[in-house]
Design a binder for this molecule. Sequence first.
Ligand code: 5AD
Ligand code: SF4
Length: 444
Amino acid sequence: MKRVYLKTFGCQMNEYDSERMLALLREEYVPCAQPEEADLILVNTCSVRKKAEEKVYSLVGRFKHLKSRRPEVVVGVCGCVAQQEGERLVKRLPHVDLVLGPRTVFRIREALQEIEAGRGPVVWVELDTDWSPPLPTPSENGRPVKAFVTIMQGCDNFCSYCVVPYVRGREVSRPPEEILREVECLVAQGVREITLLGQNVNSYGRKERGFPTFAELLRLISEIEGLWRLRFTTSHPKDLSEDLMRAFAELEKLCEHLHLPVQSGSSRILHLMNRKYTREEYLEKVRRLREMAPEVALTTDIIVGFPGETEEDFRQTLTLLEEVRYQEIFSFKYSDRPFARARDFPEKVPEEVKAARLEEVHRLQARITEEIYRSYIGRKEEILVEGRSERNPLLWTGRTRTNLVVNFSAPEGLDLKGALVHVLIKDTGKHSLRGEYVRTLKGP
Ligand code: 5AD
Ligand code: SF4
């Protein structure tokens, strides 16, 4: 058997793609932990922010000396940077043999055959190509209790800061039968929790004739027996429908967590971002959602220092954070991306101002997150146990339905992996809760 080293950057869609690539290679390659040991080196890349892209170039650059020592090693770059750079990548880094975009990654075996036949380097970055993930195959060391399922690819929204529509192409949805078959297959392998993935899952099936809506798809999936929990990400606020809000209230398996990226609290900046909603419209949707499903925990993404963002615009982001009280946020300094319109916007915000604003967002959110974490103390929470805690193997670890990590103690002799249990929350950490096992509800 040959060896493959695969490093994944970026979002959950990349994690999903990487897992499926390894499955496709399984007959010939075993995964290894160090690039020095590998016959095939693959880097699955992210270009959503400048920093992510820089990491890719520095890592792939380091493989040059490996290749000069062992020219038979195949070096491949996949995913969004591969798509963005295309031929440029092999020009800039001549030791790269293989460039596959997000729509062509599943043709990895065919690409390797081309290289073996001496027809490399292979650069496949078509966007208007058939894209269809392979079914999951059982892995040797058993399935984790949770898994991702990509239900759509690409984005049609063209937010002015974003590279995604250019590297993942236009929105395409997978047929519902395929998605259902994939979920059933994972559940048969022992998976209990599924997270549906897409850049904008709310618009699932909108372009395809006869496809269910996203809310209908959730209903279909939640009927699969043996599946205990269902999640999804990411949603665009403009497409958050009443029907989807109702799903949170009605579908027992659908977990009470919604990632709803707001990006900015200023309607003026939201307009420049081409987000197609105002601060008021966003807040109204949050209000309505909380009315229909009060338990839903919200998380979001924030960009600080978008071109033209004034001190006043930024204050509005802070007041929005206070108003919504997200459980957690992911915040980023704006960076110019290739193809994205905002690259040409004047009034770029100086780096030190962006850094100061980011710091202020962090400080405010840390307080809110801590208050929310504290409110869990004394509560009995349903946890799906993922296994032993890596930090402290005496503890078990899993997540609440609202997606918070809980580490907890349990009587010796219980094997809880894959079980649904009640845990009494006793304390909080910075990124997790601490608790004690109460009883098993289901499984393992
Ligand atoms: N600069 C900074 N952050 C960005 N994001 C996307 N593009 C940019 C950019 N050019 C952030 C958004 C998005 C998240 C995945 O990454 O907040 O929701
Ligand atoms: Fe990018 Fe906007 Fe599409 Fe999200 S919705 S992937 S931020 S263009």
